[in-house]
Design a protein around this ligand. Structure first.
Ligand code: SF4
Length: 322
């Protein structure tokens, strides 16, 4: 993560995590004559670590109750498999906890961490390291008196935890603000203009296009603007590869849960480049048979919470359809 202090000047090249792929690099795998799969489609390292560690914990503790606070990842197939192997998803904490309680890759607020331990659970923290970095950066900005702006989805668990932790250290909780759209930011324009310093962080799965739009809006309104590009490298790489693939495809298929922020952002980005469909699994391909048959070049990508077997099933069905 790289922080930059901007004062009436802007150098976008200084932002970290911006990958530029040259034509000589291979950003896809050729499946068949007209079907290509983005190289980094599917599980990111944070999700992989969360799923593998959870399964390992169950194997090592077969007689212990294992609960995950909130869905481990946004994928109903994986959640059902975990449930059938005895790993329970809980959406709120009971009065008294028993066994292990896992904090998923999205992270949780400090308050929730304490509650989990106070209820008597053994806590296992699987917060992704990149999410921790955003939390720490937001706390640092709040501690240093910045008006903290978090670019992300208000009700997303990752954003809720970043916000709650920053608020804990802010002199005034109103100094931590979540903006999902530029219109939300415009609602606090007077506060932005009157603040001595403004700090920006992003939900890890946002797009750099949104970041640039926001910088463009803020740059003339802030006395001091400190922007940290906290989009995680895995998200950026996935988006850049998918955009390249979309440029040479007349249909892009994005595979992953409609609840997944990174998958939804991928689909939104690609829609501006070529015809794009967002499906959760191969069954949904039936709704797009006509478009698929007409397409000459099909590109496939998948969100960070989409397992390999779901991607493979989509590939198999596409091969049978074209
Ligand atoms: S998308 Fe990025 S931040 Fe989120 S779990 Fe994956 S690697 Fe971590």
């Amino acid at each position: 993560m790289h922080a930059i202090v901007l004062k009436k000047c802007l150098c976008l090249n200084n932002l970290s995590n911006i990958f530029i792929l040259t034509p000589s690099e291979s950003w896809f795998k050729t499946i068949s004559k007209n079907i290509k799969l983005a190289k980094n489609a599917g599980f990111c390292y944070g999700v992989k670590r969360a799923v593998e560690t959870t399964i390992k914990l169950k194997k090592e503790n077969p007689n212990k109750k294992i609960s995950v606070l909130g869905e481990l990842i946004h994928n109903s197939h994986v959640i059902s498999e975990l449930e059938s192997s005895g790993i329970k998803t809980i959406n709120s904490l009971p009065d008294k906890g028993e066994g292990i309680c896992i904090i998923r890759s999205h992270g949780e607020s400090n308050v929730v961490f304490k509650q989990v331990q106070d209820k008597g659970y053994e806590l296992v923290d699987l917060t992704c390291f990149d999410v921790k970095k955003v939390q720490n950066r937001a706390i640092e900005l709040a501690r240093n008196g910045f008006l903290v702006i978090i670019l992300g989805k208000f009700e997303h668990p990752e954003v809720m935890a970043i916000r709650a932790n920053a608020q804990e250290y802010a002199t005034n909780s109103q100094n931590v603000y979540v903006a999902q759209t530029i219109d939300k930011l415009k609602l606090i324009e007077d506060r932005i203009k009157s603040s001595s310093k403004v700090g920006v962080v992003l939900q890890t799965t946002q797009t750099k296009e949104y970041l640039y739009e926001i910088i463009d809006y803020l740059i003339d309104k802030c006395k001091i603007l400190n922007v940290s590009n906290t989009i995680c490298p895995s998200t950026t790489l996935r988006q850049e590869e998918a955009k390249k693939l979309a440029q040479e495809s007349d249909l892009m298929v994005v595979v992953g849960s409609k609840k997944s922020a990174n998958t939804t952002h991928l689909a939104q980005l690609l829609q501006d480049i070529t015809q794009t469909i967002h499906i959760e699994d191969e069954n949904e391909l039936d709704n797009y048979k006509e478009i698929i048959v007409k397409s000459q070049n099909i590109g496939i990508t998948a969100g960070a919470s989409t397992p390999d077997n779901i991607i493979q099933e989509v590939i198999n069905k596409l091969e049978r359809t074209v």
